[in-house]
Design a protein around this ligand. Structure first.
Ligand code: ATP
Ligand code: MG
Length: 413
């Protein structure tokens, strides 16, 4: 069991760990069951839902129970060689043993000097490097595969790879990109198959890997992954969370039931991130409010919500706009998505698909209506899956009220 002695803090950005992590017992148990059974999980959920925090928590729990854990975030890797290097480095950081008692770390040190110029073969794990850059990743990949294939001798192993779809998207955008992305996915699948039973993988991403492979006809490369998802807190958990945040302040605050209910009503979609944001904004109210008897009140919540939408706070939400360019391969689709969002954000109850279709058609009267309809359906599907919109019947509305109000102020006023 992991014991945390620190107090929970109000964190509004990076993944939370230790005492700052709240709730998610069921989701953790589900993910844990998957990896304990030797399965490989694909955890896809919209941005800022808490994916990385959840996986880090599971890593900490399993580490404390004697698992070997390899974790890495590959969003900054720009090509295959960098990706495999990151995987090898994380393997080393995870202290993974390889047969013969030689740690991969020794191989990596030697490999680094090799990469800097020398060629040859090193170490019992057989890191072979040489030839031109384009070829390096294949050789490295074969070496890493050997390291991972022999892992698990010391106990079960978890490999958690965060933001794989962002890296794959970069590869796919390059020359001959789809073939190269397939190469990476097929290689990873091969590694998973070779290590089945002893090594479990969790792959995470806020850009859906499922839609990435679907769009490129690469589905077979991930059909061994068990899909998992993550949503908002239940209202009950959200209330408990807000009360705990209040109780853990240097100067503890009583978060009354009405105030908690108002926060949940305001955010509309109680992701822990939005709750943390509004809580933080509430505690940033001017001193005369903070010192007033009965603080915080529901009026304070309203004012704190408004503060969150001021221009200097927009940076917190801007990624929802920029991420659209990554979600859609075709810039014209990103343009339609932005048009749809700008329209839908102006109506709390949302907008029927038929209305959106008519609006789009009136912008491009010469377009084939059937093709436009299909395009709109697929764009709305993606916006729903990525957490922008929620579909009720044929109506599409913003899922998060906070995001809706941001969108309105940022793009429509
Ligand atoms: N279990 C949790 N307890 C408390 N706060 C949380 C929890 N999970 C997420 N958060 C809040 O959400 C924020 C984002 O969490 P995290 O980075 O894990 O999300 P993510 O889904 O990986 O985001 P991204 O899609 O941007 O990578 C954290 O900074 C924190 O404010
Ligand atoms: Mg993350």
């Amino acid at each position: 069991m992991v014991l945390y002695t620190q107090r929970m803090k109000n964190i509004t950005g990076p993944p939370v760990t230790g005492a700052d992590f709240f709730g998610r017992e069921e989701e953790l148990a589900r993910l844990r069951r998957a990896v304990e059974a030797g399965n490989h999980a694909l955890l896809s959920a919209p941005r800022r839902v808490g994916k990385s925090s959840l996986v880090l928590r599971l890593c900490d729990m399993l580490l404390a129970e004697g698992w070997q854990v390899v974790r890495l975030d590959v969003q900054h890797c720009s090509d295959e060689a960098e990706f495999v290097r990151a995987l090898l480095r994380a393997t080393v950081d995870g202290g993974l043993e390889v047969p013969g008692g030689v740690k991969a770390v020794d191989g990596l040190r030697r490999f680094r000097s090799l990469f800097a110029g020398t060629k040859g073969q090193v170490g019992p794990v057989g890191l072979e490097v040489g030839g031109d850059e384009a070829d390096v990743w294949r050789k490295l990949a074969a070496s890493v595969q050997r390291v991972l294939s022999s892992a698990g001798g010391q106990g079960p192993v978890l490999i958690a790879v965060d933001e794989l779809p962002i890296f794959l998207g970069k590869v796919a955008d390059s020359e001959d990109g789809v073939r190269r992305a397939r190469g990476v996915l097929d290689w990873l699948r091969g590694v998973r198959q070779n290590t089945g039973g002893r090594v479990s993988w969790i792959i995470t991403g806020s850009v859906g890997l499922d839609s990435f492979v679907e769009r490129r006809g690469l589905h077979g490369a991930i059909n061994d992954l068990t899909p998992q998802t993550l949503g908002a807190f239940s209202d009950e958990t959200a209330v408990a969370f807000l009360k705990a945040l209040g109780a853990n302040l240097d100067r503890p605050r009583n978060m009354g039931d009405e105030v908690c209910a108002e926060i949940i009503r305001r955010v509309g979609w109680p992701l822990p991130f939005y709750l943390q944001l509004l809580f933080s904004s509430l505690m940033d109210r001017p001193a005369e409010r903070r010192e007033a008897p009965g603080f915080p009140t529901t009026e304070d919540v309203a004012a704190a919500y408004d503060d969150l939408l001021q221009p200097h706070q927009q940076i917190r939400f801007d990624h929802w706009d920029s991420r659209l360019d990554q979600q859609f391969d075709d810039p014209a689709d990103a343009g339609i998505a932005r048009y749809v969002l700008a329209h839908v954000c102006q109506r709390a109850r949302g907008c029927p698909r038929g209305k959106l279709f008519n609006l789009l058609l009136s912008r491009q009267p010469n377009v084939d209506p059937d093709a436009l309809e299909r395009r709109l359906v697929s764009i709305l599907h993606l916006l729903g899956r990525d957490g922008y919109l929620l579909q009720t019947g044929s109506t599409h509305a913003f899922r998060s009220f906070l995001l809706r109000d941001y969108w309105k102020r940022r793009f429509c006023e």
